[in-house]
Each structure stands twice: as C-alpha cells, then as structure tokens.
Design a protein around this ligand. Structure first.
Ligand SMILES: [Zn+2]
Length: 410
C-alpha cells in the first residue's frame, strides 16, 4: 500500500524572479480557466467534457501558442480543469447545483516534470518551471526541530512527488504543498490490528478528548482566536500601511502560538498512548469534519488536520500507528451498552443513555466509540485474533465488551 501525505514548506524566492513567478501563476490560472470553459461548453454529444485527453486535444495547442506557458504546467492546468469539471458533473448527477468551474485561488500545479527537488548538505531546495527559465527556491523551515514538514521532506523513506504552489496573500510569501509518498508493507498493517487502541474525539469546546478520559480544552484557543479576529478587524478598518504590517506580524505570532499549542497536545496524546501501551491511536475521519461539527470554523478544520499530522509523526517514532475511522453515530451511541439514539445526546457536553442510564461527558463517550469502531473494523480482518482492546481510564475493554481493570489500580 502506498501512503500519501502533504508536506508544506515556505519558499525563498529570489527577488529578481518574483515577477516571473507571479506571471506564471496568473497565466496558469487563466489557462486552467480556458480549459474549464471549453469543457463546460460541452462536446458535440452535448455532454460536459470530463476526459483529459479530449480537452487537451481541443485546446492545448492554441493555449500553448497564445501564452507560451511551460508544457507541463499546461498539463497541470488541464488536470485541474478536468478534476473540477468532473466534480461539477458529479454534483449535477446527485441533483445538486453546479456551475461552471471558476479558478480564483493563486496556485500552480507542478507535476514531477515541472519541479525537481535537491538536497545539498543542510541545504534543501527545488527548481520550478516558470517563465524566464527555472527558478531555484530554497526551503525555509520554521525554527522548530519537530516540524513534521521538515521530516517528511528530509527523509529517506518519504519520496517527494508533484506539488501545488500557493501564494499567501496575507504575508506575500510562496508556499509549496508537496505530495510525499512511501510504500508500506501489508504485514505491518495486520500486526497493528492486534493491540490496544486509544480513541480520540475532536471538538470545538474540547480540542481533543481521549478514551482514557483526558481532556484538552479548546477554551484558550477559541478565546485567543476571537481576540485576534476582533483586533484584526479594527486594524483593517484603520487600513494604514503600518496597520497592515501589524496584522501581518500578529498573524505570524498567531500561527506560531497555534502550532505550539497543537504540538503540546499531540505530545500529550502520544504520551497517553505510550502510558496505556496502545498500538494504535484512532481519530474520526477528518474529511468534511468542519461541516459535521456545529460551531467549527475554518480554523478548526486546519487545527484538526495539523494535530493529526503531529500525532501521526510523533507516534510513528514509537511504533504506534494512527488511523481514521468513519465518524457516523460516534456521538449518539452509548459506549456502555451500544444503544444508538439521537436523544442520548442531551446537550453539547452531556450524554445520557435512554436505555441503560449511563451518564457521561459526551466527548469522552465519543472518544470510546471512536476506538470501538476501529476495533470492530480490525476484528473483521483475516489477521484477526481476539486480542484487540480499547484503552480506558481504569483498564481496557475488548471488542466483545469484556472489561479488564488496569494493574496499576488494583
Ligand atoms: Zn447505554
């Protein structure tokens, strides 16, 4: 099985090449739009064009002539346009609203022909196809040795593939989101299914709650976030150049602070897993988590993904795996008797089972359900064995519901 991750790193773009890069980015967007527009106009058969090769055969040559954009970037633009057209068609098929895809984000898709990666001692850089010939851009890592980005990119096992270049309008810097891949032997997967699981529930009030009953409050996070938004709002109203500089500095400080807090939480979670001798840490699936979660903002989606990355990376050092499970009903199911009822969740914080009367904090209940989900899925695997269990505050529970108290508490 091939594992894929995304590593983000800031790039140092030489001053005399910034214009070339900017022009490349603007042209890339225009070209992607042209492909998408052509696809949206439909083919002779009356259908939106979702075939890469068809779209390429219709527009590619003309686009290359008009813009002189690097051929591999034109391919990247075709791919981006095709993906967007396909998801628009999927939406239409599902009876949802779908309009012509439009591209507004300042990004460029680089396939492996258009980007190369180099390591020279401590020096890491890439070269990017642009107008005016390739640009050499150094990687700029945050001053944090635990940074998972650095470790993915400076690794013997993870191989960098294509990348998406992003321009951050807030700080005026370029960031590269590199897809890294590694092969994972299948046997390793099977072994990890046998063992103790730490369940983690994510949330707004509590950023993370474990099946062992440890709570990481989101209060300070949310408070700082609101404060920051408030101050930024009033600085934006002032609108002077120095106000903008202040916003930028605050943004950097904010990012560092957030990262730092997430680091500490991730260390705590991994430590929790080690203490309870867990082989796996289970999270709910992070896809669309923000949409599922009442009160979650864009920030939370970012924070959960970042937290997961940190945990995944740190846990791997101790041979502990990190997995995501289907989140369905984890908040409505009673972790004690298994009854699933919407009414069990009496408020954001309270869970009370209508069947067995089990009363418990809703997030703690959910964390246990997340672990149980992974156990149940594990038991279906052919590697099997009934040694799967989930880590609780005072012992372990296996998939069949048998409880063993922790030795330490005997
Ligand atoms: Zn119950």
């Amino acid at each position: 099985m091939t594992l894929k991750r995304t590593a983000c790193v800031k790039l140092a773009i030489p001053d005399d090449r910034r214009d070339d890069l900017k022009r490349t980015m603007l042209t890339f967007r225009r070209v992607a739009q042209r492909f998408a527009d052509r696809g949206w106009e439909r083919d002779e058969d009356g259908y939106v064009i979702t075939s890469r090769t068809r779209l390429q055969s219709l527009v590619y040559k003309q686009v290359r002539e008009d813009t002189g954009l690097h051929s591999d970037l034109c391919i990247g633009a075709v791919n981006l346009a095709t993906d967007s057209l396909r998801s628009a068609v999927e939406r239409m098929k599902a009876g949802k609203n779908a309009g012509r895809p439009t591209f507004t984000a300042p990004t460029v898709e680089y396939n492996t022909n258009a980007i190369s990666y180099f390591t020279n001692g401590d020096d890491q850089y890439c070269t990017l196809a642009t107008y005016g010939g390739r640009i050499r851009a150094e990687f700029v890592y945050p001053p944090d040795e635990d940074c998972p980005q650095a470790q993915y990119l400076n690794s013997d096992v993870w191989e960098p593939k294509g990348a998406t270049l992003h321009y951050d309008r807030d700080d005026g810097e370029y960031y590269l989101h590199v897809t890294v891949e590694r092969d994972e032997p299948e046997t390793e997967l099977g072994e990890a299914e046998n063992g103790t699981v730490l369940g983690v529930d994510l949330g707004v009030e509590n950023i993370a709650v474990t099946s062992t009953g440890t709570f990481y409050s989101g209060g300070l996070f949310n408070h700082r976030r609101d404060e920051y938004e408030r101050i930024r709002g009033s600085l934006q109203q002032i609108g002077t150049e120095s106000a903008h500089r202040t916003i930028e500095q605050m943004g950097n400080r904010e990012r560092r602070w957030n990262n730092d807090v997430l680091h500490r939480i991730s260390k705590g979670l991994v430590q929790e897993a080690i203490t309870h001798d867990c082989s796996t840490i289970a999270f709910e699936d992070l896809t669309d988590i923000r949409e599922r979660m009442p009160g979650a903002k864009k920030f939370h989606g970012w924070a959960f993904r970042r937290l997961y990355e940190y945990v995944e990376y740190k846990a791997a050092e101790f041979g502990i795996r990190t997995k995501q499970v289907d989140p369905a009903y984890t908040s409505q199911r009673c972790s004690k008797c298994g009854t699933t009822l919407r009414e069990n969740r009496t408020s954001q914080a309270d869970f009370c089972c209508l069947k067995c009367g089990y009363e418990v904090h809703a997030d703690y209940n959910a964390a246990k359900n997340v672990a149980t989900k992974l156990l149940r899925s594990g038991q279906k695997s052919p590697v099997g064995g009934a040694t799967n269990q989930l880590a609780l505050k005072s012992g372990t529970l296996n998939g069949s519901g048998d409880f063993s108290p922790a030795n330490a508490e005997a």
